[in-house]
Design a protein around this ligand. Structure first.
Ligand code: FAD
Ligand code: SF4
Length: 459
């Protein structure tokens, strides 16, 4: 017999007086008993009017039936067949205008609390199916890029209490601030971060380690091992005349303003250079992303200036191909030697020298040789430097006993341990700018070694 109550089971909430002073979630969610009681209000209508009100067609009566039967995991499995973000949708969808507006129970009384039940099933799944058994050890991760997040996830699965300390206001590293939305939607990255949180990983943002607190202080705070995955976000410049002019910036800065601070969207007041003619110096992925972003920001001409030939370009072939298709103009075997400014101190042109290919250098690629007297002026109002990055020195200069090589990369042994006991490192902070998958591999290897270290410590 269905439960014929005309009202929804009320949602537990924080006391208004308390919540008016905090940022924690207002609604607390149904208990198992409440969810079953609400689910038994559903009539399991044959023609499923509620489903017609749902934009993704969640199999509503079916999942509600599973909840009524006490099979909460089964309910979530049904929802997952059409909706991969039920925890989000259960909280933010306008159910009263969608599924719940069509519910026959709403004709006389309140409709079934479909959103509340969806949220319950998603929350049950997150709490029950994935959380590992705590093993009583604590580890800290400095930097929330692919290296740090991978390390965090692997340690959390082994039962460690893991906290990620991230300098920016969101985790994700280059996946959030470097690679543009049009190549990697940010919602996908954040979904991954949410999955880690569901495993129990704590993510603390706006925490610049080395400034807010040091690695040594983290260890004194009870973190038995620390992984440094702070990346290589310090841009290099060419050291040529005119680099201090207005309109000259690093690709990192340009992309961060657009990606992370949403400079590309109206309604965000992030200042970002508005340009007509842009020179991007460099031939890597970062240069392609900066050039393609500049086009999307409205530039009429975007040039890639690269001192070797296209064959030597380190960017992914697909990115070069896409950049060309979109209208980026490639000036291979060219190199800026000086930047010229106007009377307001804004860059107006680059003096560019043509190059030829000489003998292979230490990188194995044929080295560029300047052609004397071949300089010409290229009119540009923006120059974006994308000639590489190095690890930021903050961690190594604020942590006693951490050694770095002459390129500023942290030195690690075969177990990914730095020269300081209990402190591990991986990703771009160790290799210099590399790839996502290498950073993830390093995070994985470090998690394994950190586990052995922390377990050994207790034996
Ligand atoms: P990062 O991703 O740099 O993450 C480091 C994190 O540490 C950042 O979130 C940073 O804010 C944080 N941090 C730094 N210092 C501190 C501190 N003191 N305290 C707390 N947190 C700190 N690779 C590919 O494989 N394919 C591509 O297509 C590709 N495209 C790219 C495009 C761009 C624009 C860029 C910049 C890089 C690209 N890469 C690409 C390279 C790839 O993104 C990096 O190799 C990878 O992200 C490195 O991962 P990581 O975790 O070591 O460092
Ligand atoms: Fe259940 Fe309401 Fe959907 Fe009918 S319309 S199946 S009562 S949720």
């Amino acid at each position: 017999m269905p439960n014929m109550s005309q009202t929804k089971v009320p949602m537990p909430e924080q006391d208004p007086k308390v919540r008016a002073r905090n940022f924690q979630e207002v609604t607390l969610g149904y208990t198992e008993e409440m969810a079953v009681e609400e689910a038994t209000r559903c009539l399991n209508c044959k023609n499923k009017p509620c489903v017609s009100g749902c934009p993704v067609g969640v199999r509503i009566p079916e999942f509600i039936h599973q909840i009524a039967e006490g099979d909460f995991e089964g309910a979530c499995e049904i929802i997952h067949t059409t909706n991969s973000l039920p925890a989000v949708c259960g909280r933010v969808c306008p159910q009263e205008r969608q599924c719940e507006s069509k519910c026959v129970r709403g004709i006389k009384g309140e409709p079934v609390g479909i959103g509340r039940l969806e949220r319950f099933a998603a929350g049950y799944h997150q709490e029950h199916s994935e959380k590992p058994v705590p093993n009583g050890h604590k580890a800290a991760i400095v930097g929330g890029g692919p290296a740090g997040l991978t390390c965090a996830g692997d340690l959390a699965k082994l039962g460690y209490e893991v906290t990620v300390f991230e300098a920016f206001h969101v985790a994700g590293g280059v996946l959030m601030y470097g690679i543009p939305e049009f190549r990697l939607p940010k919602a996908i990255v954040q979904k991954e971060v949410e999955n880690l949180k569901a495993l129990g990983v704590k993510v603390m943002t706006n925490m610049v380690i080395g400034k807010v607190m040091s690695v040594d202080e983290l260890m004194a705070d009870g973190y038995e091992a620390v992984f440094v995955g702070s990346g290589a976000g310090l841009p290099r410049f060419m050291g040529i005349e005119g680099e201090g002019l207005v309109g000259v910036c690093s690709a990192n800065e340009y992309l961060t303003r657009i990606n992370l601070m949403k400079g590309y969207q109206e309604g965000y007041d992030t200042p970002v250079l508005q340009s007509k003619s842009v020179a991007v110096v460099g031939g890597g992925n970062v240069a392609m992303d900066a050039a393609r972003s500049a086009l999307r920001m409205g530039a009429e001409h975007v040039y890639i200036i690269y001192r070797r030939s296209e064959e030597e370009m380190p960017a992914r072939r697909e990115e070069v191909h896409h950049a060309k298709e979109e209208g980026v103009e490639f000036l291979d075997l060219n190199n800026p030697v000086k930047l010229l400014g106007d009377e307001n101190g804004r860059v107006r042109a680059a003096v560019v020298q043509r190059m030829a290919l000489g003998e292979p250098d230490e990188s194995g690629r044929r080295s560029p040789v300047p052609i004397e007297g071949s300089e010409y002026e290229l009119a540009v109002d923006t120059v974006i430097m994308s000639i590489g990055t190095s690890p930021n020195p903050l961690i190594r200069t604020t942590t006693e006993g951490l050694e770095a090589n002459k390129r500023g990369c942290l030195v690690v042994d075969e177990n990914m341990m730095t020269t300081k006991q209990g402190v591990y490192a991986g990703g771009d902070a160790v290799t210099g700018a590399a790839t996502v998958i290498l950073a993830m591999g390093a995070g994985k290897a470090a998690a394994k070694a950190m586990d052995a270290y922390m377990q050994g410590k207790t034996n």
